[in-house]
Ligand binder design. Structure first.
Ligand SMILES: Nc1ncnc2c1ncn2[C@@H]1O[C@H](COP(=O)(O)OP(=O)(O)O)[C@@H](O)[C@H]1O
Ligand SMILES: CC(C)(COP(=O)(O)O)[C@@H](O)C(=O)NCCC(=O)O
Length: 311
């Protein structure tokens, strides 16, 4: 990935930004954090995620300073500043199976350690997919994850409410087990200080909408990798899903687990090529340039290169 809009840092260069400025608070309890996610090495957290959290801290402080200046401009003195209600939002996007949810969870835990007094929440946009019944009705069941498969007005309404500090905003739940929106299961977002929004469509421009997701983000991260590697991660995860589905008749994949192994493999391959890779090339990768930071993974998920937006 090369572009004049981004500064490239090799992993070696990027890791030097770890607590480079003496006044940045060190993150304590890393050991405990990594054991929560044994797939991610202690090294990755120290060398890639800790500098990332420090960079986010720079953005966070920058926004706070700006809000104070803005309040001064409008003569808002002694009243509750608009910033106190305004949620700092971080977007995380990238292909299906590139590791968005894993990274977003690690980031959430790290930010929680870094700002122990703040409420750090995480939401995934798949809760805003239309239920399978609606996808069937619209004839787009094989387009799950494509822009038209999301209820974008509902997602944007959720984002704008949380952004301006509305408390207890409801949002639906997606389950990879039933491969559908969980009927009647509504979650409630207690007003966070920082919200991480993770999803393949996080940086897309919805059709016929006044706003788009990026307007809400104070910081955005795109996770990138060679599609050949991502395919391997997708197939590995698909096989893991199959394994856990085989004794669970309520699982969407239960029937498929009874097929001969070659047919199951074909199904996974077909899903990757006709749905997820097509979606990546047509709709996800084109949004990469909207990110503030691109984390580029090599084989085995190791983040070897980091690209930082210049403006
Ligand atoms: N840093 C990592 N090291 C090893 N495996 C990982 C890592 N990140 C993700 N994975 C694995 O790759 C697969 C896809 O990751 P996931 O976070 O579910 O992706 P996404 O949310 O982008 O679909 C999962 O099986 C996950 O366990
Ligand atoms: C629900 C999803 C669109 C969400 O993407 P993810 O959060 O897994 O990156 C995706 O996992 C999916 O189901 N895509 C449709 C094709 C498939 O069965 O993989």
């Amino acid at each position: 990935m090369t572009s004049e809009l981004f500064t490239h840092y090799s992993r070696k260069e990027w890791e030097q930004f770890n607590q480079m400025k003496g006044n940045l608070k060190p993150i304590v309890g890393l050991e405990e954090l990594v054991s929560l996610n044994d797939r991610l090495s202690q090294q990755d957290v120290k060398e890639v995620y800790v500098p990332l959290v420090h960079y986010i801290d720079v953005m966070f402080n920058n926004k706070e300073d700006y809000e104070v200046e803005r309040d001064n401009f409008f003569g808002i003195i002694g009243e509750k500043s608009s910033f106190e209600n305004n949620t700092f939002m971080i977007g995380v996007s990238g292909s299906v199976a590139v590791g968005k949810s894993t990274s977003a969870r690690v980031l959430q835990r790290l930010l929680q350690k870094y700002y122990p007094e703040k409420r750090i929440e995480l939401v995934t946009t798949d809760g805003f997919l239309y239920p399978n019944e609606e996808l069937e009705r619209r004839g787009i069941m094989k387009r799950k994850g494509f822009p038209e498969s999301y209820d974008m007005p509902r997602l944007l309404e959720f984002m704008s409410k949380v952004k301006v500090g509305v408390d207890d905003v409801e949002y639906p739940t997606y389950s990879h087990e039933i491969y559908d929106i969980v009927p009647g299961e509504v979650q409630v977002m207690k007003k966070p200080d920082i919200l991480i929004v993770e999803g393949i469509n996080a940086f897309q421009l919805p059709e016929n909408q006044q706003t788009y997701m990026n307007e809400f983000f104070d910081f955005s991260i795109y996770i990138d990798a060679d599609p050949l590697h991502i395919k391997t991660w997708f197939m590995d995860r698909f096989k893991m899903h199959m394994e856990s589905a085989k004794d669970d008749p309520t699982n969407y994949f239960y029937e498929i687990t009874k097929w001969p192994p070659e047919k199951v493999e074909d199904y996974g391959n077909e899903t990757w090529y006709t749905i997820n890779l097509t979606n990546l090339v047509q709709h996800i990768q084109p949004t990469r340039g909207r990110a503030d930071v691109i984390l580029y993974k090599g084989k085995n998920h190791s983040i070897d290169n980091v690209y930082v937006r210049k403006y």
